[in-house]
Design a protein. Sequence first.
Length: 316
Amino acid sequence: QGERLWDAVKISAYVFSTGLLMFTALVNTVSWFMQNITLGNFWQTAWLEFYNYMEGDEWTIFLFGAALVPALAFWGFNGILLVADITGKPTFITRYRIQLGKNDPVDTKKLMKAIYTVLGNQFFVSFPMLVPMFYVMQSWGNTFSEELPTFQWFLVELSIFTVVEEILFYYTHRLVHHPVLYKYIHKKHHEWTAPIGVVSIYAHPIEHIVSNTLPVMTGPMIMGSHIVSIAAWFSLALVTTSISHCGYHLPFLPSPEFHDFHHLKFNQCYGVLGVLDFLHGTDRVFRQTKAFERHKVLLGFTPLSESIPEPPKKAE
């Protein structure tokens, strides 16, 4: 057990260190460019212009950052995927389909039902939950500061947000898989055994509160984060969960094989990063499959379904 724990710690350290190094390099490059090639502190200046344009109205600024920006990120990303899901074009996207032959094209009636549910969850669950969050953030006093947090501090926050989300999502997700709750709550989400991006928040309202929204909101509330950090984190979380549900293993994007396998098998791969699944042994079956071999960032343009195909089915 001690060896398994040490392996999990090493995996966790590798995931976080690699991600942080890549993000730091990107951020420092962009920051240097903006601050040295352009005039002055670009981000700080842009934020002050926006803050003054809004006349410092904290509620409006909060809605813009915590609701509008993440919603645009979610629907902008999923809008592109929906074109591929519905039309089967461009083939550049559809050739990277994970579950071959599924959603080819997607059932439009089933899709419309999912979109209505997603919109309902956004307008009648997510947005109302921002009201108590606003007052929590307002009580910290620095959420609407005219001075932006440093990139280094945002990296620290991002690490904490990720850990908090992983813990809360894993255990609440396993909770809704309990037979008593699954039938009435989580079964709705699993109507899609071959998921697409937009169904990432296709869920029963109770599940959307407990398992989708609270794990993402809790980190910023604990940290008393700036609204710009919240907007970036919410957008990143929504795009990431859309990728994990999208059904396509696209080049240079995080691998969705882990969560796609969860939708296929139901009782494997409950978490986001996979560390808690490793600790609890809820990824053992996954690790014995070709999907596990494909669970990596695709750094070329040959679909992994071609380079690492499923073994041929045995004749009955």
